[in-house]
Ligand binder design. Sequence first.
Ligand SMILES: O=C[C@H](O)COP(=O)(O)O
Length: 261
Amino acid sequence: MAVRKLLVAGNWKMNLNHLEGIALVQKIAFTLPDKYFDKVEVAVLPPFTDLRSVQTLVDGDKLKLVYGAQDVSPHESGAYTGDISGSMLAKLGCTYVAIGHSERRDNHYEADAVVNSKVKAAYRHGLTPILCVGEGLEVREAGNQIEHSVSQLLGALEDVTAEQAASIVLAYEPIWAIGTGRVATPADAQEVCGALRAALATKYSAELAEGVRVLYGGSVKAANVAEIVAQADVDGALVGGASLDATEFATLCANTVGILA
Ligand SMILES: O=C[C@H](O)COP(=O)(O)O
């Protein structure tokens, strides 16, 4: 039986300048007891502009949390104005990179092929993708959430080897739950997270699928995280709004495994 270490990742989105980011990371680190980090991996995903500051703080104070980026260019270098390459993120000590978030798929017209190219770019530079999939309300109401999310997963994994996929993190984020306060029920989360794991087993192997961490995201708060993460195929959370407040985020992390902050 694979032992999957829980992961709570805070996606700051387009919030907190580098000074505010330093303050938030310091408060999170000082609020969570060291014993916590033995049970749950805690990551923050700041805006690009904050990464160097977060790196300096984490390295300098030997903090136990890790960090990553919210996107990555599919290109290596060159005339791609505004892009940030995987090599640049690796140089900044990033562990993770979120790829395919619905806010990128929608606002930047990122089709599955683009998401796939970013997944491969992440692996070229030793970054672990947090691959985001999830359906809109109209798909949910039609009952097609599993087909939709599995299709996004398989589109993102085109030409991705088993060796690479073994380390991937998936995040099921129903769009109708993002930023709305309408969190998915534990059963909703389990249904799709379980289907994503089954799809990995079919594409690669049952052993690989058992080892991959599948997160839920969408209005996760300290008050609701425990019942969601208690589901068999949910291995943590990708947290937006609640990650911007140190006390809420630290309590959310602690509640993930029932450790009081
Ligand atoms: O990446 C995080 C998800 O978009 C969830 O955001 P939220 O917790 O604000 O609903």
